[in-house]
Design a protein around this ligand. Structure first.
Ligand SMILES: Nc1ncnc2c1ncn2[C@@H]1O[C@H](COP(=O)(O)OP(=O)(O)OP(=O)(O)O)[C@@H](O)[C@H]1O
Length: 719
């Protein structure tokens, strides 16, 4: 492991100050850290309680991440010199340091201290009603993001996560505490707590939500069973999952911290793909027949079951969806449509066609803002067998690499695209469904023994997953700008997120205890999406009374502005006339049968909606009188010139808005990334200065354009 990586590891745990001490003691990699015993902390100068806790947590994280390191003896032989200890934090490194060369083994861990000095048998149940921790605010936030106090729930229970013959305590519903970043290292920022509202958790989720977040737990595999690994993920009901995270206190007492999450659907390890399909991809299948665009993606740790769920060759969701798509295409209502299949991967920021010798591809947008993968070989397929053959062929050339967790680990994002087009006019697009098997991220970027290529792959994957999260976040918060351009993945998915689109995320998790931190990271990532979605739902609910102000497109005002801003050259009249097909009528029998039809039917912009969304409503009377007045005051040429000028200004403004969007997105990504990864505040400040200076420039130019337009209008009004 390079010194800089090691330093970075310490930095993320807020322990970088001790780097010189570690380095002088010859501890410069994870192995060295894992070998440290509690007694070594003082010798290394780590005396502050908070820092000792942090170091302890970091070491536990490393040990659970890399179990092989647990066997490493204390090869560094750090032993207290009778006459010397490292200075405490911030006091520099001693100039002359003479560590003893002898090897000292870690002292044995046990016997563990028993809480409050009491012995406990396996069946003992102690309610620690007076414990401070029983008053820790719940991690769950109410709808209004207020912390709610939960009853004293910390109990000592029979420990199910450890089975080493010792009693542990379980902190039920305890705070997740400091958030772990993608590396499983505690972030310096306090975690946003998991949010859900209790009553809602019992009600079935809405299959027609714009964004759905589901979780799938895979069974323990043979290796984990053989290693007596415990299942720490408990599914409770159809929407709740508890993660019993094994932890250790500073005094080495083991305990279990239970984290509870609620999602749209939670699938237990015995759920099969058909059951998962019914509540994830099936609603998307019917949605694309209604002219929408949809995305179904699996997110999760390497080896957690993303491929198994999404792209398994025989019963992945894509096969099940294809079965229904082909069946629907056989029906008279849809016989004018064909399904075209494309299969490509995003590897290191580039697109490659998996059905055409990994030919390099480029993502573009057509005039109607559909993302087009230029050069992608598409096959008109009408039966599942042919699809599976084509898919198998593509899958053999997908970029894979070996990670410790999963021999066939994919190092690329694979996208299987199903586009419905009109048979008579292939250019006429009807609907699109993307199935995405995201690359696993955790084992690439931070592995000390990974080669440069693997690390670069990991970094690229992390970047795209971060951008994906940012885009979903932005969309879910109905923000005006989403940083689509930050990664190839989000660029490609852009049209599946804006406008009439639906997204289903399936977070896949491994249930074994050694993966608990990655599992929690996955669930927190998913929870973030879910939490924001809940807020939006509430906001929409609150606004339900003001139906008259709602856009029939189903886009809220901000997103609509973004969509329009992003249209760039759309100011030409023909492009303003953006039209999505709305062929819902013919769907009646099918959707009635499935009983999942969206009752509101509010996702499809009517052919007028975009145009009308720009225009101020005018009364007939005032329009007529304006026309009359105008005909008296202006010549045709003047009016024509003004329209051209306006159009020109709009183009400039639109260009500016695009630049502004990018500027904001760039800054947001750096800012949020920095926050999430625990980066230095100075980096954020520097980026912010750069951002607002550029914004000042852009706004100045916009102002000039508007001023010029107003000048002309003023001249007109003075006539
Ligand atoms: N729900 C499940 N039921 C049974 N086996 C499963 C399930 N999910 C995953 N597996 C098995 O676990 C192993 C890893 O799964 P998979 O390859 O899908 O992981 P992954 O998340 O796609 O990993 P990577 O990111 O490395 O590609 C496979 O052998 C797969 O068959």
């Amino acid at each position: 492991m390079s010194a800089s990586l090691f330093l970075e590891t310490l930095r993320r745990a807020d322990l970088e100050t001790y780097y010189p001490n570690f380095s002088t003691a010859g501890i410069n990699d994870l192995r060295g850290l894992a070998s440290l015993s509690f007694q070594d902390y003082s010798i290394l100068g780590v005396t502050a309680t908070e820092d000792r806790k942090r170091l302890f947590q970091l070491i536990q994280t490393i040990k659970s991440e890399y179990p092989q390191l647990n066997e490493t003896p204390n090869v560094y032989g750090i032993a207290p010199r009778p006459d010397f200890t490292f200075p405490p934090r911030n006091q520099g490194t001693p100039a002359s340091l003479n560590l003893q060369e002898q090897n000292i083994q870690d002292p044995p861990l046990g016997p563990r201290r028993v809480l409050q000095g009491q012995g406990r048998g396996r069946s003992t149940m102690h309610a620690l009603a007076t414990s401070n921790r029983s008053r820790i605010p719940s991690p769950h936030i109410t709808n209004h993001r207020q912390l709610i106090q939960r009853p004293a729930v910390m109990q000592q229970l029979q420990n199910e996560a450890f089975d080493d013959g010792e009693e542990e305590e379980i902190m039920v519903n305890s705070s997740p505490g400091r958030r772990l970043n993608a590396y499983g290292v505690p972030s310096r920022h306090q975690s946003r707590n998991n949010s859900y509202s209790g009553p809602k958790s019992n009600a079935p989720s809405n299959l027609n939500d714009k964004i759905r977040v589901c979780v799938r737990k895979r069974p323990l595999n043979q290796k984990e069973l053989a290693g007596s690994q415990k299942d720490i993920a408990t599914v409770a009901g159809s929407r709740t999952i508890h993660i019993n995270e094994p932890k250790q206190k500073v005094d080495l007492t083991k305990y279990v911290e239970q984290h509870s999450f609620i999602f749209d659907d939670v699938f237990d390890s015995d759920a099969n793909n058909e059951q998962v399909y019914q509540r994830t991809a099936l609603p998307l299948v019917e949605y694309i027949f209604r002219g929408g665009k949809a995305t179904c993606f699996a997110y999760g740790q390497t080896g957690s079951g993303k491929t198994y769920t999404m792209l398994d060759g025989t019963h992945g969701l894509y096969v099940l969806a294809a079965r229904d798509i082909f069946a629907l295409l056989q029906q008279p209502d849809w016989s004018h449509l064909s399904a075209y299949i494309g299969f490509y991967e995003i590897y290191q920021g580039h697109l490659y066609d998996l059905l055409n010798k990994r030919k390099k591809l480029f993502a573009r947008e057509d005039g109607k803002k559909n993302v087009v993968i230029a050069g992608l070989q598409e096959y008109a397929i009408d039966n599942v067998e042919s699809l599976m053959q084509v898919f198998d062929y593509g899958n053999t050339i997908r970029s894979t690499g070996s990670t410790g967790a999963n021999e066939d680990s994919s190092r690329s994002h694979a996208i299987l695209q199903v586009v419905l087009k009109h048979k008579k006019n292939k250019k006429k697009f009807h609907g699109k469904l993307n199935f995405i098997d995201l690359a696993g991220s955790e084992r690439g970027a931070d592995r000390g023994d990974a080669d440069q290529k693997t690390r670069m792959e990991g970094a690229e994957i992390n970047k795209s997953l971060l951008a994906l999260k940012e885009c979903i976040r932005a969309l879910d918060q109905d923000k005006r700008h989403a940083p689509f351009r930050q990664s190839k993945l989000t660029q490609v998915l852009k049209d599946s997120f804006v406008g009439n689109s639906r997204t289903c995320m399936i977070a896949t998790i491994s249930p074994n205890q050694s993966n608990s931190e990655h599992t929690l990271n996955t669930l927190r990532y998913a929870d973030r999406v879910k939490e924001l979605k809940a807020e939006r739902d509430r906001a929409e609910g609150a606004a339900a009374g003001s139906e008259a102000t709602q856009d029939p497109s189903g886009l809220n005002e901000e997103l609509r502005i973004d969509y329009n801003n992003d249209l760039g050259d759309i100011v030409d009249d023909e492009l303003l006339d953006i039209e999505f097909e709305n062929e819902q009528d013919g769907l009646e029998p099918y959707f009635t049968k499935l009983d999942i039809r969206d009752p509101e039917n509010d996702y499809f912009p009517s052919s007028h909606s975009r145009t009308t969304s720009h225009a101020e409503p005018r009364s007939t009377e005032s329009a007529q009188s304006r026309e009359k007045k105008s005909s008296l005051k202006f010549t045709t040429k003047e009016m024509d010139d003004f329209v051209k000028k306006h159009r020109h200004s709009l183009r400039d403004l639109s260009d500016s808005a695009k630049k502004e969007t990018k500027l904001l997105a760039d800054f947001s990504l750096v800012f949020n990334g920095n926050n999430d990864m625990g980066g230095a505040p100075e980096d954020s400040v520097k980026a912010f200065e750069d951002y607002y200076e550029k914004l000042q420039d852009l706004l100045g130019k916009k102002f000039e354009v508007i001023q010029e337009l107003l000048r002309t209008i003023n001249q007109f009004s003075q006539r």
